[in-house]
Design a protein around this ligand. Structure first.
Ligand SMILES: [Zn+2]
Ligand SMILES: [Zn+2]
Length: 268
């Protein structure tokens, strides 16, 4: 799920996934080998339906929020004038925002996986068991609002400059689109970020679906590790590595990672 404070930030999310959609539709051989669930192919109408539903939520839920956006930013103490923030200030604040968001999002997301939360709200986001970029903000309106809170909490606790705030929202959106892209590119620079989850990590959460008790965190992997909610994923990964070794050389395609079992192992 994604946070938005202005319609411009939200509209960026409607444009950034375009290259991913092209890759998905064209199924170029060079990219296809990095598809996490290669057997799942969404048609153009299916993708357009996702886009349309996301647009509807933006207009009906995110749009009205614009009325309180600027006053609320001023109220929490975000400055808009000179001097501009230093690079170090921006880096430190962005790091804090990511950590606060990740931790809070983890618990809200985990709560949404109880019976009531899942049936009434979170089920919508899980309609895509093999997500695409546009599925990142595809969710029930209540989830759009609830998961906006973790993104606003960091800037409210450690207010900085408006530029830092914009950068934070942009990075968080791009990160969420990337983790829902359905592709795990080995050259992705995020591979060098310590404890970063990435596309494969969150894809597993969608693949398992409603029963999933694994991989709740939005950005990093440390919360799932500390609270023991990555055991199913790690077990699957271990088996996959073993299977991959066995299948190596007999012409099997990349992408069997989630197709040999539909059973998620409960963490507890
Ligand atoms: Zn979920
Ligand atoms: Zn998701």
């Amino acid at each position: 799920m994604l946070p938005y404070k202005t319609i411009q930030e939200a509209s960026a999310v409607l444009v950034i996934p375009f290259p991913l959609i092209f890759i998905e539709l064209a199924r170029l051989a060079g990219f296809d080998r990095y598809k996490i669930q290669p057997k799942v192919r969404l048609s153009w109408p299916e993708m357009f339906r996702c886009y349309k539903d996301v647009m509807r939520i933006f207009l009906l839920v995110v749009g009205p929020l614009q009325l309180v956006s600027f006053p609320s930013i001023k109220m929490i103490g975000i400055r808009t004038g000179l001097p501009l923030p230093s690079g170090w200030e921006m880096f430190a604040q962005l790091l804090v925002y990511f950590l606060i968001e990740d931790y809070t999002n983890y618990w809200i997301h985990r709560f949404l996986h109880n019976k009531w939360g899942y049936e009434k709200i979170h089920r919508v986001h899980h309609e895509y068991t093999a997500p695409i970029g546009y599925a990142a903000p595809y969710a029930h309106w209540a989830e759009v609002l609830a998961l906006g809170i973790p993104s606003f909490l960091g800037p409210a606790m450690v207010p900085g400059h408006m530029i830092t705030f914009w950068l934070w929202i942009c990075l968080r959106n791009i990160e969420s689109i990337e983790t829902h892209s359905g592709y795990d590119f080995p050259w992705n620079p995020t591979k060098y970020i310590p404890f970063y989850g990435g596309a494969e990590y969150h894809d597993y959460h969608h693949y398992v679906g409603g029963q999933s008790q694994s991989n709740f965190a939005s950005v990093f992997t440390y919360c799932d590790y500390i609270y023991g909610t990555d055991k199913g994923y790690r077990y699957q990964k271990k088996i996959f590595q073993k299977l991959k070794g066995e299948l190596k050389g007999n012409g099997e395609q990349n992408g069997v990672s989630y197709h040999f079992s539909t059973q998620d192992l409960k963490s507890d």
